[in-house]
Design a protein around this ligand. Structure first.
Ligand SMILES: [Zn+2]
Length: 259
C-alpha cells in the first residue's frame, strides 16, 4: 500500500462546524456521524505513534517547543476525501504543513491505523524536528522518513529495489536527489522512487545514526551539495557520494525476500 502524496492539501471547502471532534494532548481528531469507536482508536494510535516517533528520533517529546496541535480529519469515504483534498485518484492520505498542520484520511481504509496515520505523522514530526531546513527538503528524504515511520515495509521495498537495480531501472543517487515532484513519475517509477527513498534513509540512519542523519539533512538543505553532506555524515569513511551509493546498493539482499 502506497501513499501518493507530496503532501500539501487545502481544506478550504470544509466547514469545521460540520465535524465532531476528540481532543488529545497533541491531536484533534475530526469526524462525522455518531460512531466514535474508530475515531477514539485513531486518537489513541496517534498519541502512541507520536511518542514512539519522537523517541525513535532521539528527542524528548517534552522538550518540544512547538505546542501546535495536529488536526486529523477522518473522511467517511474515498469520494469525500478526494473532493475535499483535491488529491489524485491514488492518494490514500495527505498532510498539510502550513499554519494549520493537518492530516486527512479515510475512515473506510483498512490500513489507516497501520500505514497512513504513522506515515503522515512521520512527515509532520520530521519537519518539526528540522525546523526551517524542512522547507526545501529533497522529496526522497521527506518520503523516506515518512515511510520509515510505518512498519513492515522492508521486505517489499527490498524486492522492488533489487529488481530495479538488476533491470537498470533504479535511479542513480544524484538523479534521485533531483526529483522534486514524484507524483509526476509513471506508476512503476514512482514505486521505485518510494523503495529507494525508504532504503537510502534506512541505510544512512542505520549506518551513521539518526542524529548524524538530521545534521546531514540540514547540511544538504543549507549547501545544496549532496557529495559534501555525505562526506560529512560519514566523517570521510566514504570520500564520495558514489562510494556511499555503492555500499548502499551492495547492502540490498541479492535474492528475493519471502513476503
Ligand atoms: Zn508521504
Amino acid at each position: 500500500m502506497f501513499i501518493f502524496v507530496l503532501c500539501v492539501f487545502s481544506l478550504g471547502a470544509v466547514q469545521e462546524a460540520q465535524w465532531f471532534k476528540i481532543e488529545t494532548s497533541r491531536f484533534t481528531v475530526y469526524f462525522k456521524g455518531k460512531e466514535t469507536l474508530f475515531p477514539q482508536k485513531v486518537a489513541r494510535q496517534a498519541e502512541s505513534d507520536n511518542s514512539r516517533l519522537w523517541r525513535e528520533w532521539g528527542y524528548e517529546e517534552s522538550a518540544r517547543t512547538d505546542q501546535v496541535k495536529y488536526g486529523i480529519y477522518l473522511f467517511d469515504n474515498r469520494k469525500d476525501y478526494l473532493d475535499a483534498t483535491g488529491r489524485s485518484e491514488w492518494s490514500q492520505s495527505a498532510a498539510s504543513y502550513g499554519d494549520f498542520r493537518r492530516i486527512a484520511g479515510r475512515r473506510d481504509s483498512k490500513t489507516f491505523l497501520k500505514s497512513e496515520l504513522p506515515h503522515e505523522i512521520g512527515h509532520l514530526l520530521f519537519r518539526e524536528m528540522l525546523g526551517a531546513a524542512s522547507q526545501s527538503l529533497p522529496a526522497w528524504i521527506d518520503e523516506g522518513v515518512a515511510l520509515m515511520s510505518e512498519s513492515g515495509k522492508r521486505k517489499r521495498f527490498e524486492n522492488v529495489l533489487r529488481d530495479a537495480i538488476q533491470s537498470g531501472k533504479a535511479f542513480p543517487l544524484a538523479q534521485l536527489n533531483l526529483i522534486r515532484k514524484p507524483n509526476d513519475l509513471d506508476k512503476e517509477s514512482l514505486l521505485i522512487f518510494y523503495a529507494e527513498s525508504w532504503s537510502f534513509v534506512d541505510f544512512l540512519t542505520e549506518r551513521f545514526g539518526k542524529d548524524r542523519f538530521i545534521r546531514f539533512c540540514k547540511s544538504l538543505v543549507k549547501n545544496g551539495n549532496l557529495d559534501l553532506a555525505l562526506a560529512e555524515i560519514s566523517s570521510g569513511t566514504y570520500p564520495t557520494a558514489q562510494s556511499i551509493e555503492k555500499q548502499w546498493k551492495y547492502s540490498i539482499p541479492k535474492k528475493p525476500v519471502q513476503l
